[in-house]
Design a protein around this ligand. Structure first.
Ligand code: GLA
Length: 336
């Protein structure tokens, strides 16, 4: 029996920068999705989502499109084959402990675990992990209908214990940054507003960023200036540019063990996402206010926004508020 685990991720800072050639500082967490796989003699995939009690079956050759979790399984099987990996039929079952829609990337966890399980079931060689991340993002784009970038998949596939990853999406360069919190704790709290990429304002924000690039005559907002922009597009670009700066400021503050400064940057990131990127919703604001009044020194919405979870940084001695999960950087996607 093959077992593969794909972790979810928390993004410490650097939100909505990945598809703008910017910077981010995510880490893989110790919660995620576990896929079990058994090779079959027939060229079919039989899949079972154990948490939902639902099944799917489809031919390996040209899997037809589908909705919901089935889109991920069919998309991964199709994209692996399109990348030249000869798959064999398999029986798959999976379950996870990252709540769906919580903004902690249950989808990247599922994609990366499925990839590793299907590759192992076919006795094929694992491709380069950055290429695998791109493949998973094609699953989101072409099969699920979410125009997501590479943040979640790179974090899930390249995560490292005790480290965050500074990712430069223009160069696709990844550098581990030690996440030594000196007695402080990171927690996430679900806002209760479930976010989906395909159905939220996420794709609309991407379209606005493309419009800003067009207006400025550039191909990536990494090279943007605010000159020549106004109104909504100016606000969107201002978020991206200031967020890139906050990523490097956070890496610097971590290096200096200045957790007060990290907290201030988390708060600033939230304000920018709320006011300039307009990616917050009332449930997220209430959850964040609760976290702050429970003693979080810094707190921000995490992930794609429009719902999902809030990340809080608690100073030493502040007890974990009700409903808060501790999050620590864990190991990357792997066979168990
Ligand atoms: C989601 C997407 C990522 C990224 C974040 C926002 O998690 O999947 O690609 O764009 O939102 O930072």
């Amino acid at each position: 029996m093959i077992r593969a685990f794909g972790p979810g991720r928390v993004n410490l800072i650097g939100e909505h920068t990945d598809y703008n050639g910017g910077l981010a500082l995510p880490f893989a967490i110790d919660r995620g999705v576990t896929v079990e796989a058994e090779p079959l003699d027939e060229p079919v995939i039989r899949a079972e989502a154990l948490d939902l009690g639902e099944h799917d079956e489809f031919p390996l050759a040209d899997p037809p499109p589908a909705e919901g979790w089935r889109a991920f399984v069919r998309g991964v099987a199709a994209e692996l084959q399109a990348a030249g990996i000869a798959l064999t039929g398999a029986r798959l079952s999976f379950r996870g402990d990252v709540p769906r829609g919580s903004g902690l990337s249950s989808s990247a966890a599922l994609e990366t675990a499925l990839c590793l399980a299907l590759i192992a079931a076919a006795d094929a060689e694992e491709p380069d992990r950055t290429e695998l991340a791109k493949l998973c993002s094609r699953v989101e784009n072409h099969w699920v209908g979410a125009e997501t970038g590479l943040l979640d998949q790179l974090a899930s596939l390249h995560g490292r214990e005790d480290h965050a990853l500074r990712i430069d999406f223009a160069a696709l360069a990844l550098d581990p940054v030690p996440l030594d919190l000196a007695g402080w704790h990171l927690v996430t709290v679900e806002s209760g507003a479930e976010h989906t990429h395909a159905g939220s304002g996420y794709n609309e924000r991407r379209a606005e960023c493309r419009a800003a690039c067009e207006a400025l005559g550039i191909t990536s907002l990494r090279d943007a200036t605010l000159e020549g922009l106004d109104g909504t597009l100016l606000k969107r670009v201002r978020h991206v540019l200031t967020e890139n700066e906050r990523v490097d400021a956070t890496a610097k503050a971590l290096d200096a063990h200045d957790l007060h400064e990290v907290s201030r940057l988390l708060d600033e990131s939230h304000h920018s996402l709320r006011d300039d990127y307009e990616a917050s919703v009332p449930e997220v604001e209430t959850t964040r206010a609760r976290l702050k009044s429970a003693g979080a020194a810094g707190a921000r919405m995490v992930g794609g926004g429009f719902g999902g979870s809030v990340l809080g940084l608690l100073p030493p001695g502040v007890p974990r508020p009700d409903g808060a999960f501790p999050v620590v950087p864990g190991a990357p996607a792997r066979l168990l």
